[in-house]
Design a protein around this ligand. Structure first.
Ligand code: DGY
Length: 325
């Protein structure tokens, strides 16, 4: 067997590079354009690409690709046309579970930050406007006792539910909006009896905080649109750590400006790295640059999983963390 060759599109932390170097030759090429990525993938120079979610592998590229696999450095894989990859015998892998807690932590950070006006308060202080305590200074929404609606009770949704219960919130959820399926108490594990499944419309209309944890699919693109935003409480806070296109960003900017909802906390954007310019101006938009999984240990775990996937793919073996078509 010839020495495996890995293309790495962004530097990743240890133990990723060591695992790859032990198995083969590693070429780290940061900041490639889509054209450069396509040229590399079709060149026959590489066995596996260790990719980021910003690297797109559509059906056309996959039809011409001369690689054995794509090891995503992410749990999400909406950047890869998975059925097309399967059709061309290209394996796909991701990094599930290892980032559940880190992402749930950021969801809570956004929930608290947007609900309690952290961004506005911090700016206020830094601008030297803090002259003393006032009863009405930067008052936000109640958290304890509030209802958190979770859209998508998967692994990350469950981790958020645990945290919210610890804050004394009431937790309701919809499993797979807009089309739901009933979740058994068994599936809920230790959340059984502590969280309540409700229809999507009820989730939208009754939640004080609405947190999104759905994968990006055709069904969930613009799941939160102008109509949904109008039906939310005017005191509600929207949190998105899932994928940007799940929310219609222009409609959200309008809703925040017009006070249709109270605030939004966003870690992901519709056209990353671009952000709807109006959102950047709105004090009730608490924004982070897609840092959901950015904890040291989490990133090391992701690096290990992605590298192990890549090595297995290069050897023609089934990756340990496969994405099934
Ligand atoms: C993921 O893992 O899907 C994140 O969004 C990227 O870090």
């Amino acid at each position: 067997m010839s020495t495996p060759r890995f293309l790495v599109t962004q530097e990743i932390p240890e133990p990723g590079p060591s695992i790859l170097r032990e198995a083969g030759e590693v070429d780290v090429r940061q900041g490639m354009s889509a054209e450069e990525l396509a040229a590399a993938v079709t060149s026959g120079d590489y066995d596996v690409v260790l990719a980021q979610v910003s690297d797109r592998f559509d059906a056309q590229l996959l039809a011409e690709a001369r690689i054995k696999g794509i090891a995503n450095y992410a749990v999400g894989y909406n950047n890869v046309d998975v059925p097309a990859a399967a059709e061309h015998g290209i394996a796909v892998g991701n990094t599930p579970d290892v980032l559940n807690d880190a992402t749930a932590n950021v969801a809570m950070l956004l929930l608290l930050g947007a609900g309690r006006r952290a961004h506005e308060a911090s700016e206020y202080l830094r601008e030297g406007r803090f002259t003393g305590l006032h009863p009405d200074l930067l008052v936000g929404q109640d958290v304890t006792g509030a209802t958190l609606g979770i859209a998508g009770m998967g692994r990350i949704g469950k981790a958020v539910a645990h945290r919210a219960l610890g804050f004394g919130m009431r937790v309701v959820f919809t499993q797979r909006p807009p089309r739901d399926r009933e979740v058994s108490q068994d599936e809920l594990g230790d959340l059984a009896g502590r969280v309540t499944q409700v229809p999507w419309d009820e989730l939208v209309e009754t939640s004080d905080f609405l947190s999104l944890h759905v994968p990006l699919t055709e069904d969930t693109t613009h799941l939160v649109d102008a109509d949904v935003l109008r039906r939310m409480k005017s005191t509600a806070v929207l949190v998105n750590t899932a994928r940007g296109p799940v929310v219609d960003e222009k409609a959200l900017a309008h809703a925040l400006r017009e006070g249709e909802i109270f605030a939004a906390g966003l870690d992901v954007f519709e056209n990353e790295p671009a952000v709807e310019p109006e959102l950047l101006e709105l004090p009730n938009a608490f924004l982070l640059p897609h840092v959901g999984s950015a904890e040291v240990g989490t990133r090391a775990g992701m690096a290990r999983m992605a590298a192990e996937n890549a090595v297995a793919m290069a050897r023609g073996e089934k990756p340990p963390y496969p994405v099934e078509a």
